[in-house]
Design a binder for this molecule. Structure first.
Ligand code: ADP
Length: 580
């Protein structure tokens, strides 16, 4: 054990001397309060430590002790349904010990030590196993089967394995390895800054379907992909995160709340447990892990919470699940980096952010991916990361937004202009993009057919042309447009209002299957094409603008999923009413 002494305290940063035997990123206990910190700079015997707890009242000369271990998380049964702080302390356990305010230096293990889990072996004595092999299963919640895996790097033969009820620390199996027999309990410890290994990375090939039309149809994210959603206040960021948590085609959700305002976090803590998983009717928390760095934790904990979240997500990916991580907001994490870097007196980059801002952000998103997991059965897992960014004033030239856009492949641009106009989700169809569109094309052709690709591209073109025409309309009025252009404006309006606009709080509208998305867009494009023909045959634009069937198209999104045959009647009306 290496013991040093504090020589300086600067907010969340503590400098200690006499640390010559410590290593970079070692976890240290600071002062007699034993506050948890991490070494982030080491020059000879002088260590700079970011402290994850309030450093108020610490003084020069107090002891600092290195644990010799990097910042790690505990992985095993009991993660699901937990609320953790940035360094994986369960908030309810802390509350039980310390009341409402986190008392400093409290040590609570990430996984409950008393609870018994029923372990069912999946291997037998004599089986050869390597890292990633599933040796048994635990039904962790009604929605999640937790696979107990051989830790990466271990290899051997099963010497003993028994079904039964165990705590996470009890021995469920013994493995004969080259260095002797190893006892296996149900906890893996993993350093958070180190990505967990996979056998092979794969490119995303299927979309992470969300049931949100603007996302699925125009800007899909691949399973195992990355997306970013910059959200000015009131633009619907929270609603989108909730919709994704509820509806995204992912088996496990890890939500990292990295907020500065305490009440933002309290909202998450209050609202999430009330959300129901629409597919099973069970509470969403039965497949969710929440990590929230509360307002009374200093900025350094924001960084820890991001790493803790992604590591837990990787662990479930390793089991062969599709996992979605939502980090809200990565801007708060970047601000923490800026503050710490400033106190370290590093050379600042753009707007005072450290020069390594881009690298750190990239390393985080690069932990997303679709992969063949470790282990003999070649199961596939996926980790999708959606990061919210909150640039001040919604300014997209902000360094955090720019650094994020360099790595993520999907950009959902929330615009306050749309939010003011109550157009939700306020995702701009002009500024957003998805770089997965090509990778996912085969999937869509298979799932929805070539017509889907054509309609989607046509809809996108119409929206872009409309944006150009709008300028003209502003100058000379809509009546000055040619009939063709007026039709285009009408269709664009229908795409926006009848397709892209989606009410998260409407029982039916909150989620739209891919089949129904196809059918709604099909109505709009059918009317467009038929109207164009009628115009050519001499029907006046005024008549086409006023067709009764438009009302039916507008209401099509409220048709329940089990009554999709009603779309056929609307199609018939379109054909009838556009007859010349
Ligand atoms: P932010 O988190 O960006 O501050 P919110 O997600 O809280 O914003 O959204 C603000 C308000 O906008 C919500 O309370 C709700 O009334 C409305 N809203 C946002 N998205 C939707 C949506 N998809 N459907 C209906 N209303 C929405």
């Amino acid at each position: 054990m290496n013991q040093g002494r504090i020589v300086r305290v600067s907010g969340p940063l503590v400098v200690a001397e006499g640390m010559e035997n410590a290593r970079m990123f070692d976890v240290v206990r600071v002062s007699n309060y034993k506050l948890i910190g991490e070494i982030i700079e080491l020059r000879r015997d002088r260590a700079s430590i970011q402290v994850y707890e309030n450093t108020g009242g610490l003084g020069v000369g107090e002891p600092v002790q290195s644990t010799g271990e990097p910042l790690s998380v505990e992985l095993g049964p009991g993660l699901i349904g937990s609320f953790y702080d940035g360094i994986q302390r369960p908030l309810d356990a802390i509350k039980a010990i310390a009341g409402d305010t986190i008392t400093r230096g409290i040590e609570v293990p990430g996984l409950n030590r008393e609870k018994k889990w029923h372990f069912v072996p999946k291997v037998k004595v004599g089986d050869k196993v390597t890292g990633g092999d599933v040796i048994g299963e635990v039904q962790e919640t009604t929605l999640v089967m937790h696979r107990i895996m051989v830790p990466p790097g271990m290899e051997g033969e099963i010497a003993e394995v028994n079904e039964g009820d165990y705590t996470v620390e009890e021995i469920v199996a013994k493995i004969k390895t080259a260095d002797g027999v190893k006892d296996m309990d149900m906890i893996q410890r993993w350093p958070v800054r180190e990505p967990r290994p996979v056998k092979r990375n794969l490119a995303p090939q299927t979309p992470m379907f969300t049931g949100q039309r603007v996302i699925d149809a125009l800007f899909p994210v691949g399973k195992g992909g990355t997306a970013c959603v910059p959200g000015p206040f009131g633009s619907g960021k929270t609603v989108i995160q909730h919709q994704l948590a509820k509806w995204a085609d992912a088996e496990i959700i890890v939500y990292v709340g990295c907020g500065e305002r305490g009440n933002e976090m309290t909202d998450v803590l209050r609202e999430f447990p009330e959300l129901l998983d629409p597919k099973s009717g069970e509470p969403l928390m039965k497949r969710t892990v929440l990590i929230a760095n509360t307002s009374n934790m200093p900025v350094a904990a924001r960084e820890a919470s991001v790493y803790t979240g992604i590591t837990i997500a990787e662990y479930f990916r390793d089991m062969g699940y599709s996992v979605a991580v939502m980090a809200d907001s990565t801007s708060r994490w970047a601000e923490a980096m800026r503050e710490i870097s400033g106190r370290l007196e590093e050379m600042p980059g753009e707007e005072g952010y450290p020069a390594y801002l881009g690298t750190r952000i990239a390393e985080f998103y690069e932990r997303a991916g679709r992969a063949i997991c470790l282990g003999g059965d070649d199961r596939e897992g996926a980790l999708t990361v959606v990061g919210a960014v909150s640039p001040s004033g919604g300014d997209l030239s902000d360094p955090v937004v720019q650094a994020t856009l360099r790595v993520v492949k999907v950009f959902w641009s929330l615009e306050d202009k749309l939010a003011y106009a109550r157009h939700f989700p306020a995702i701009s169809w002009l500024n957003s993009y998805s770089l997965y569109t090509d990778d996912l094309e085969d999937y869509y052709r298979e799932d929805l057919g070539d017509q889907w690709i054509e309609m989607r591209d046509q809809a996108m073109e119409i929206l872009q042309e409309e944006a150009d025409l709008e300028e003209i309309v502003r100058l000379v009025g809509v009546d000055a447009l040619s009939p063709d252009n007026r039709l285009l404006m009408e269709t664009a309006k229908a795409i926006k209002e009848d397709f892209l606009h989606q009410n998260a709080f409407h029982e039916v509208d909150t989620y739209t299957s891919s089949g129904k998305q196809f059918k709604i867009l099909e109505l709009i494009m059918l009317l467009h094409d038929r109207s164009k023909e009628s115009l050519g045959a001499g029907k006046p634009i005024e008549d086409l603008v006023a067709l009764d069937v438009k009302e039916e198209i507008a209401r099509a999104k409220y048709i329940p999923e089990d009554s999709l045959d009603r779309f056929e009647e609307i199609k018939k009306s379109i054909v009838d009413q556009t007859e010349v």
